[in-house]
Design a protein around this ligand. Structure first.
Ligand code: PLP
Length: 386
């Protein structure tokens, strides 16, 4: 089976991990800040806080942004469930904004209309989570302008898009966001096994997120009670935090992988370009990348063009899998997951995301996919539509 995604681990990665195993630190030690500093410098953000998943980073970012009971977080349905669940972890409510039919990312015009309605009803969101679907950056500048007008915080779920940029602004720089979060799950662009990272230019948010990732405990002398009998043994729990630490083993792998980010993203773009050419004649809608944007191409998603195609998505997806192509679906809209339906969401709420969910097919795309395997995927699709 050719999977839809797969990690790429080199001898240098293995060496970095082994060196850490033989060092003094296994869990969070010197490799974690090295990894954080490299990513922060690489994307042009001031602070980076590594955690053991993007889900953990989204949770802690929501808490740092003050999200709690009675508050609202808005995101898109065309995403992984964690983009919405992070609000539920904090006791907040979730609502969904539909996607743009061209880019399949958050629709800025839907967001603007919904904000105007919410303002009249006195139910504005505290946090909005745009998602760079498949690796394509959303229009952060426009979303940020709306956040200034309507008074919400912007938390970018950049799990798909480390290495992407829009108008030469790297995703994760937080120029147009309060916090951005990367994922280092093995299917993503670079991996640390499991792992995530929150980026921000706000020192207060960075300190809160650092506190919450490790039990709410600090040993930083500048933050301790000056009257305490402090020594190297002394620490204070100042908030209710979690164990969301990344291990040094994972950070060593992540840092080694980060060194190949540019090459990985270039390879992904080259393979995407090759798919675009090879699939042009099939009854499919291919990914459209907005002018001035560079996608990280975490995913290569096509949509069955129902007006031109003789076959249904279900049958094509099943057919591909029978032919040994591990095609997948990103995403079944989050609001139609049973958990969210039980909260009152139903079919018809976000028509564009629902159409996407009925038509989308994720084709294999990863660094080690070679041209002959890619040709196999293309051939299988041609036969499915023949
Ligand atoms: C993968 C993913 C996450 C969760 O990442 P983990 O590191 O596995 O917790 C969150 N949001 C999106 C959009 C993702 O694709």
């Amino acid at each position: 089976m050719i999977p839809y995604a797969r990690q790429h681990v080199t001898a240098a990665d293995v060496e970095a991990v082994v060196a850490t195993l033989e060092s003094d630190f296994l869990t969070q030690g010197p490799a974690v800040p090295r990894f954080e500093d490299a990513v922060a410098a690489g994307v042009g953000a001031q602070h980076a806080v590594a955690m053991n998943s993007a889900t953990a980073a989204l949770h802690v970012a929501c808490l740092a942004l003050g999200l709690g009971r009675g508050d609202l977080l808005w995101t898109v349905p065309n995403t992984f469930v964690a983009s919405a669940n992070c609000a539920r972890f904090c006791g907040a409510e979730v609502d969904f904004v539909d996607i743009d039919p061209a880019t399949w990312c958050l629709s800025v015009s839907c967001l603007e209309e919904k904000l105007a309605r919410a303002e009249r009803l006195g139910r504005l969101p505290k946090v909005v989570v745009p998602v760079h679907f498949g690796g394509q950056p959303t229009d952060q500048e426009a979303i940020y302008a709306l956040s200034q007008r309507f008074g919400f915080k912007v938390l970018e779920d950049a799990s798909h898009s480390i290495g992407a940029s829009r108008n030469r602004e790297p995703v994760g720089s937080c120029r147009w966001a309060d916090v951005a979060v990367f994922s280092f799950h093995p299917v993503k662009i670079i991996t640390s096994g499991e792992g995530g990272m929150a980026l921000t230019n706000n020192v207060q948010l960075a300190e809160t997120m650092r506190l919450l990732r490790s039990h709410g405990i600090t040993r930083d002398a500048t933050h301790l009670d000056p009257a305490a009998d402090a020594g190297p043994w002394y620490y204070e729990q100042q908030a209710l935090g979690f164990n969301y630490r990344l291990t040094d083993i994972q950070a060593a792998l992540g840092l080694s992988q980060f060194g190949r980010l540019e090459a990985n993203v270039a390879r992904r773009n080259a393979l995407a370009e090759r798919y675009n050419t090879a699939l042009a004649a099939l009854p499919l809608r291919l990914p459209v990348i907005a002018g001035g944007s560079r996608s990280a191409f975490h995913l290569y998603v096509v949509r069955v063009d129902t007006a031109r195609a003789s076959r249904r998505r279900r049958d094509v997806l099943g057919g591909l899998r029978r032919r040994g192509i591990g095609a997948s679906l990103h995403y079944l809209p989050v609001h139609l997951q049973p958990y969210y339906q039980a909260l009152g969401f139903a079919e018809g709420y976000c028509p564009e995301a629902e159409a996407h969910g009925r038509e989308a097919i994720t084709l294999p795309l990863y660094v080690a996919l070679d041209e002959s395997q890619q040709d196999e995927v293309v051939e299988a699709l041609r036969e499915e539509f023949a």
